[in-house]
Write a protein that binds this ligand. Structure first.
Ligand code: 9PG
Length: 499
């Protein structure tokens, strides 16, 4: 464990953190504020690292791989890591009276760690991130424009809905590269080759028809999960990650109940994952969204106890990549972030966008800001801007429709602004038939690829996130806030900077 003392009053400092996996919070806060811990254990498993979860104490902030402390003038300290392939790098800043204690714990093989005082926190954090990205051979192919079925059809997606949207997108001249089928086509978690009753076909029937319309076929999988009701679990109960009690470990609550994760230190599991990657490629899919990946990384009892959990995770994604082939485009989701560098092409860098701004009941009353909402997605993806050096960032979908959505015009524009400043993947889930002229115009704007922008300050005036970029400024709070020129910026909105 590394330890440093920062001789500076905690009251004058802000802290920038990045949580464990895609959906975990990243945010900017006064150091003396409280990092909230979720109320329920399943929220910890599904949204945080149970091995290094928020403490819930005021003035104690935990972060994965990187950590920054900033003074009002933008100077401060930045922590980073030189490798994260098989190691979790766990940072903690602790306000203690007139100083701050910073610790860095390594879980896994020893790796180099950086802790640096700097006149420019933004630039130093970007430099550390770039160094880690190049050391781990980051894959950063050109960003793709993706239509994804999830945020309109959810689990009720059908083969016909996919084809109807693809045809309409073609007719409207919408320049998507990829049409991606999400969760709902499969019979059960783990039983990827068996179709669900409602899907109206088999997932392997889709790629050729999407290609005929000019789109790259994409598919969603949660390759490390198995539902207790699946054939996979019935046939291979010995492939599951286990708890100390020897029983399969529940790793979250979605799909109406708990689910298990595969033990990726088991050679048969690795062979099965290689085969799964090769199978979906064989069906004709070259864009693969692999989700709920954190499952393989949780603390538990493994087949090979000599393998640490970061390494176990890495073995799992590498096996899937081997099966899928070097030219498949892999988007990670719900995934430990830095441990995926060099294997994934793109990565979800925040919680799901949803057609609502905020879900206060879960966020405020249950202390869980990892659930789907526009607010949570913006806070986290914006506060991870520097991760474009690690993979193609995916801040999740734009929502351009007015129907089936409670987002206001400024809220939709704020999501569009996020896509522009992050400069990564572009995605939409809107049923094309629901878009009026205004919605189509917004969608066309959201599909315009851009280069990543840079923050110009770490001001908190737009909320507990990085909100002030060179191309424009976000107000993520619920009140009007002054922008850089002192002009009022409406709540939940984005304003482009004057050129
Ligand atoms: C499919 C979805 C989509 C989506 C993924 C992931 O914490 N939660 O309540 C929670 C709900 C949904 C969720 C992630 C977390 O969504 O991010 O794009 O693929 O799975 O089931």
């Amino acid at each position: 464990m590394h330890k440093w003392t920062v001789n500076e009053a905690p009251e004058g400092l802000k802290v920038l953190i990045s949580g464990f996996q895609s959906w975990s919070e990243a945010k900017l806060q006064p150091l003396t504020a409280r990092q909230v811990a979720p109320a329920y254990h399943w929220q910890v498993e599904q949204g945080h690292d149970p091995g290094f979860a928020p403490s819930g104490e005021a003035g104690v902030w935990r972060s994965h791989t990187v950590l920054a402390l900033a003074r009002e003038d933008g100077s401060g300290w930045v922590g980073g890591a030189l490798d994260a392939t098989r190691t979790f790098v766990q940072w903690e800043a602790r306000a203690q009276g007139d100083h701050v204690t910073v610790t860095c714990r390594l879980e896994g093989p020893e790796v180099g760690v950086l802790w640096e005082e700097t006149p420019d926190v933004i630039a130093t954090l970007e430099a550390h991130a770039a160094q880690l990205g190049s050391a781990m051979h980051a894959r950063t192919p050109a960003p793709l424009r993706v239509w994804c079925s999830w945020y309109s059809y959810y689990r009720a997606v059908t083969l016909d809905a996919m084809l109807d949207n693809a045809r309409l997108a073609r007719e409207q001249g919408l320049n998507f590269d990829v049409f991606q089928l999400d969760d709902g086509f499969q019979a059960d978690l783990g039983d990827w080759e068996l179709p669900s009753a409602h899907f109206g076909g088999h997932a392997r029937d889709l790629p050729e028809r999407l290609r005929a319309l000019g789109f790259t076929p994409g598919i969603w999988l949660a390759p490390f999960l198995a539902s207790p009701t699946s054939q996979l679990f019935a046939q291979h109960p010995d492939w599951m990650l286990r708890g100390e009690d020897g029983r399969p470990l529940p790793v979250g609550q979605n799909w109406g109940g708990p689910y298990y994760a595969l033990d990726t230190t088991h050679p048969e599991v690795l062979a099965w994952l290689r085969n799964l990657g090769a199978t979906v490629r064989g069906w004709g899919y070259t864009y693969l969204k692999i989700d709920f990946l954190y499952g393989a990384s949780l603390p538990g009892v493994r087949h090979d106890p000599s393998v640490g959990r970061a390494e176990a995770y890495r073995m799992g994604i590498e096996a899937f990549r081997e099966g899928a082939g070097p030219d498949a485009f892999i988007l990670g989701c719900g995934a430990p972030l830095a441990q995926s560098i060099g294997v994934v092409d793109a990565m979800r860098t925040g919680p799901d966008v949803a057609p609502i701004w905020d879900e206060e009941s879960r966020r405020v009353w249950l202390g869980d800001a990892t659930g789907p909402s526009a607010r949570n997605a913006l806070h986290t993806a914006l506060s991870r801007w520097y991760q474009s050096a690690w993979y193609q960032p995916d801040p999740d979908v734009a929502i351009c429709r007015r129907e089936l959505s409670m987002l206001s015009t400024p809220e939709r524009e704020a999501i569009a602004g996020m896509l522009d400043v992050i400069g990564g993947l572009r995605a939409s889930s809107d049923p094309i038939a629901l878009l009026n002229d205004e919605g189509l115009e917004l969608l066309r704007r959201c599909l315009k690829v851009s280069t990543p922008d840079r923050p110009v300050s770490l001001s908190l005036r737009g909320g507990a996130a990085v909100t002030h970029f060179s191309r424009g400024e976000f107000n993520l709070t619920d009140r009007p806030a002054p922008d850089a020129q002192g002009r009022p910026l409406a709540p939940h909105s984005y304003r482009e900077a004057q050129k």
